[in-house]
Write a protein of this length. Structure first.
Length: 90
């Protein structure tokens, strides 16, 4: 029974290693081919007291604008790191 489990885990480690390489290549290609595209704002909202109405009003501020392709590439690169850790350390 232990041999079947070792075979299954070996295949799973190999699969995660292949997926790590695939995610890494996809992430790098996404960074390479991304042009100036759709930039999304990263915002924060906080409350400020309005003296005119004597109430708290929400105020939204834009911190930074991030290109959407960079966010997708970041997700792919994080997936590559997770797959690499699973295939080597666990």
């Amino acid at each position: 029974m232990a041999k079947a489990a070792d075979t299954t885990f070996g295949k799973l480690r190999r699969f995660n290693g292949v997926m790590a390489v695939l995610h890494l290549v996809q992430g790098l290609l996404m960074l390479f081919f991304s042009g100036y595209g759709n930039k999304w704002p990263i915002t924060a909202t906080h409350l400020e007291f309005d003296l005119g109405t004597q109430s708290l009003q929400p105020v939204t501020q834009t911190w930074v604008r991030v290109e959407f392709a960079y966010l997708v590439a970041l997700f792919l690169l994080m997936s590559a790191v997770a797959d690499l850790l699973i295939s080597t350390l666990l």
